[in-house]
Write a protein that binds this ligand. Structure first.
Ligand SMILES: [Zn+2]
Length: 48
């Protein structure tokens, strides 16, 4: 389906901000553990 293709494409550029809840460091979207404080407290926010 064309719509599914578009959805997948847009998903790759989805505006999501991931940051450490503990120290507030912005991390990459796939990061599960904060590289700064080593806490697994990554939260994600969808923007836009
Ligand atoms: Zn942190």
């Amino acid at each position: 389906m064309i719509i599914d293709t578009v959805r997948t494409y847009l998903g790759g550029t989805d505006q999501t901000v991931s940051e450490c809840r503990h120290c507030g460091t912005t991390v990459e979207s796939k990061t599960e553990r904060c590289p700064e404080c080593d806490h697994e407290t990554i939260v994600r926010y969808h923007v836009g």
